[in-house]
Design a binder for this molecule. Structure first.
Ligand code: FAD
Length: 395
């Protein structure tokens, strides 16, 4: 525990002191064999790799027992109550150490903050401890076949009957639905044309009668997301989070922070370092060297952009959200370009994935595509920047 390390108020440490404490803890708790890769994972593995899933579970457990699993949650709910600046230090150190991704990140990063802000005391005491310990894993049921970027047009219907809702519809791209115990769902409780004002946020066990999850194979070959079918699923009204028809507020509560963190500049720094290392060992053409220099200049720019966005977020500035969009846009597109240059240098071995380094970059080239889609596509980030940041007329 942090208290054992002599740190009872980590949120009050200066960034350098905090970094030392966390780095030391990582040194003691993260086995080198779990970090044997050129750069850190972005997500927990799919079920195809059973050993990696076990590591992801064990890593969650170690972070939990060490007191580090929920850096942003308030202390009274079992978190560390860290300001964004120290959360970013943790993110940097985890990336530097090439730590695995903890298995319960969706509960920790997405549902937990929403429950803390909008849940009833009963919902918080029922669900938060199980999220922290990963005794219960969660998946996110927002997107539908015809409602992704335009999420407010979602159609999955929930009709109130006595003390429960009856839910019918379909979700898609539901990550880790195969291993989740519960799902946080967006459903339509208002009229069909009610848009954001007719959506509710509800919680359902994945074992409920009428729920079926079917895997979809991704471009990387994994099967971590899938389709979620809901047929006459009964959800108790006590599982409604926030008020009926106010689910949009609950769902979007932490979205800008999620975008800022999903940009994860530290994880991109580690990829850039791996690219520089690769080019140094293998040699690079003049064209590749120029590309790498340009990528480095972009990365330095993104780093400063993120610092500015963090300052705005910490100051509670109202225009923070579009800065977060700028960080996400710039960093996720940069990540793709880094992978493309590494793949060019590796040539055939990246395409074939015939040794660990080639395999890691092959996976990265494909996986980096997803980063410009989830948490809002690049086009949507551009729209936010154009309209909310720059005040350009709507297209
Ligand atoms: C790896 C991964 C994991 C995911 N996990 C989950 C999950 O666990 N739960 C969940 O609910 N969802 C999940 N998603 C879904 C994700 O949120 C959606 O893919 C995303 O919101 C985009 O929606 P869509 O796929 O329907 O694309 P669409 O919205 O159909 O967009 C298709 C294309 O049109 C563009 N476009 C759409 N509207 C506009 C516009 N107004 N202006 C300009 N261009 C536009 C988009 O940018 C995109 O290029 C995941 C996605 C990925 C890639």
């Amino acid at each position: 525990m942090l208290v054992d390390a002599g740190v009872s108020q980590p949120a009050e440490l200066a960034p350098d002191a905090f970094r030392r404490v966390f780095r030391e803890w990582l040194g003691d708790n993260l086995p080198p064999k779990w970090t044997d890769r050129p750069f850190p994972q972005n997500w927990p593995p799919g079920d195809d790799d059973a050993e990696a899933v076990l590591i992801s579970r064990e890593w969650h457990q170690r972070l939990y027992e060490g007191g580090w699993i929920a850096p942003g949650w308030p202390r009274e709910h079992g978190g560390l109550g860290l300001p964004l600046s120290l959360r970013m230090v943790m993110t940097e150190e985890l990336a530097r150490a090439k730590a695995p991704a903890p298995v319960g990140f969706q509960g920790i990063d997405i549902l937990g903050p929403a429950l803390i802000a909008y849940g009833t005391p009963g919902q918080r005491s029922r669900f938060l401890p199980e999220i922290l310990s990963a005794n219960e894993l969660w998946c996110q049921g927002y997107s539908e076949p015809e409602a992704g970027s335009d999420l407010a047009s979602l159609k999955t219907r929930a009709v109130r009957e006595g003390d429960h809702y009856v839910v019918n519809g379909q979700k898609v791209w539901t990550s880790y639905g195969n291993r989740a115990d519960w799902c946080f769902l967006l459903v339509r409780t208002g009229p069909a044309d009610s848009g954001k004002r007719g959506i509710s946020f509800v919680l359902t066990p994945m074992s409920a009668k009428g729920i079926e999850w079917r895997p979809i194979r991704q471009i990387t070959g994994e099967r971590h997301f899938g389709e979620l079918f809901l047929q006459d699923v009964h959800i108790p009204c006590e599982n409604l989070v926030g008020a009926e028809n106010q689910g949009w507020l609950v769902a979007t509560h932490s979205l800008a922070h999620e975008r800022l963190l999903s940009g994860n500049v530290a994880a991109i720094r580690s990829r850039m370092d791996a690219l520089i290392d690769l080019a140094t060992r293998r040699g690079a053409t003049v064209a590749a060297r120029r590309s790498i220099a340009t990528l480095e200049a972009r990365l330095l720019g993104v780093h400063h952009l993120q610092t500015r966005a963090l300052d705005l977020a910490s100051a509670g500035a109202s225009d923070f959200a579009w800065w977060a969009s700028a960080v996400k846009l710039a960093s996720t597109e940069l990540r793709q370009d880094i992978a493309a240059v590494a793949t060019e240098i590796l040539g055939g071995s990246a395409v074939l994935g015939d040794h660990p380094e080639g395999e890691a970059w092959r996976y990265e080239l494909l996986d980096a595509r997803a980063a410009t889609i989830y948490a809002g596509t690049s086009e949507i980030q551009r729209t936010i920047i154009a309209e909310h940041g720059l005040g350009l007329p709507q297209g």
